[in-house]
Design a protein around this ligand. Sequence first.
Ligand code: SAH
Ligand code: SF4
Length: 387
Amino acid sequence: MTANLLEFDLDGLAAYCEQLGEKRFRATQLFRWIHQKGASDFAQMSDLAKSLREKLAGSAEVRALQVISEQASADGTIKWLFDVGGGNAVESVFIPEDDRGTLCVSSQAGCAVGCRFCSTGHQGFSRNLSTGEIIAQLWFAEHQLRRRLQLAEGERAITNVVMMGMGEPLQNYSALVPALRMMLDDHGYGLSRRRVTVSTSGVVPMMDRLRSDCPVALAVSLHAPNDPLRDNLVPLNRKYPLHELMAACQRYLEAAPRDFITFEYCMLDGVNDTPELARELVALVRGEHSATRAIGPVSCKLNLIPFNPFPESGLIRSPRERVQAFAKVLQDAGVVTTVRKTRGDDIAAACGQLAGEVQDRTHARERMSRAPIRLQPVSSPRNPGHH
Ligand code: SAH
Ligand code: SF4
């Protein structure tokens, strides 16, 4: 079978080249051709011996993902839909800003966690992406954009990667880690650890493994300051409740490239956006909450994400004033808090709107439509003006 060289991090490629009787420095050259120059044709790799190029042509290829569609938003955001076979498709989103270019990368076709407010979660789960399928999103976007923006040799289009596309990256750990290593590798994309972010809904044991295997920046999708509400919004909380999650965050900080964890909090109208819950959140991160009393304060930044609606969710975005009021409670308590700008929502490329095409094997849609909706804040009365 033809090997796909996108599947190999540098050590993997060295092992592969060794099988062909080649020294490690050849693997490094080959790796640089593929990832730094975006080459996929071995004939082009002029500093490799002709005999090696011929050997490679007979046994290997650089197999990119097929692009099904590309959509550009009025704000410069670009969304690509990639075919990953078997009726599945995944999405990547490029978000340009003044001082950086961020690529949001998918890790699975679908997602098995099934968060209520997430379009991917509603699609159910089909399968994990391979290392090659994860890195192919960056390989394609980086080299495509370099050509399109006519960047000079050595200039980068993508300066930051966030694993915030479709899927729960820490439920696809073994494919994720080599892909992260390729992003960090100086012979690959050369991104610093602080510019690569893994976002997780809280797979506690894998947070610990990531801390020792490849400690990149970490974002944790919190969405609620207490277990009853979080159980409802992020079903994984029933397995790894807040006191375990917060302790894992605390441990992660020992190795993290930044001295804070980013907590993401999706603002849902009448569900998790009251001032009482903001105060409970302050208590949680300060170590003044039953879930954190044993571990003390957790150094963090809060990122409030206005909910991006999609038809099946039955949920509504919090009004701007409520988001501002929530942010103010946090800020007044000294918790660094930002409200995320919504980008690319005109092309359904905003957080949680990525749905791709998923051959659901978990019957998520059925399950979610049967499940009772109990999404009121548990610890505080609803805003009376709201009924
Ligand atoms: N599975 C990982 C990473 C992908 S989701 C995780 O959950 O962290 C990336 C981010 O988008 C998460 O913080 C997630 O909670 C948020 N998100 C999901 N659906 C959303 C929606 N409809 N509106 C706004 N943010 C959403
Ligand atoms: Fe999965 Fe993340 Fe969506 Fe939850 S928010 S369903 S963990 S992709």
